[in-house]
Design a protein around this ligand. Sequence first.
Ligand SMILES: C[S@@+](CC[C@H](N)C(=O)[O-])C[C@H]1O[C@@H](n2cnc3c(N)ncnc32)[C@H](O)[C@@H]1O
Length: 213
Amino acid sequence: MRSNRQRYYELFSKVYDFVIRLHSGDREGSLREFITEKANLSRGDKALDLCTGTGSVAIELARRAGENGLVIGLDFSRGMIEKAKEKAKRAGMVRLYLVQANASQLPFQNASFHGVTCSHAFYELKEEERAMAIDEVARVLRQKGRFCLMEHAKPERPIPRLLFYIRLLFLGSRDVRKFLSEENSVFGESFKNITKVMSPTGKSKLIYGEKGG
Ligand SMILES: C[S@@+](CC[C@H](N)C(=O)[O-])C[C@H]1O[C@@H](n2cnc3c(N)ncnc32)[C@H](O)[C@@H]1O
């Protein structure tokens, strides 16, 4: 049965790309480039894009992994997955598969992927799901595989910052302040070489680490 959160994302999927185009200030797709570059994939690698939404990052990963690679975009919203499938087809991606599942229970075997990405979605997971998702990412990554997590940076101006907090609270992050200030600890003990860099747009941050605690 669908939860209220899933219903929210079903509705959002209908206008998601339009809203992102209007508000991101990233018409050239530099954020997609940024996260997929940091995923550090080689041709032929296997990668997972968690909470893929309409699949923009997954499509770029699939381009980088090439025709001998394999990329999976995973999302729990059927609407988002359908949009991602349309986009993947238009982009001519044949080694990109789109799977409807929850990030906290990944339907893959241990050590399946060379890299995992998650763009602008991790903050939106429920607190208990976040911890489970991190454990699952560590489980499905190969040793030394990289997990790249990109999130909105806290806006500088007061009104956007207030709206940012309200949205996180609405989506169930009761520990929002603690979470934002201790973000490195989110990766837990399964990852090492944890690094944080700002995006070229200056509005997002990327945290990445390698499996092998
Ligand atoms: C803000 S969108 C980001 C989409 C995409 N990663 C991007 O950067 O455009 C958040 C996505 O996370 C998905 N999502 C939220 N909670 C999830 C969960 N527990 N399991 C799987 N997907 C989830 C939503 O359906 C939505 O597509």
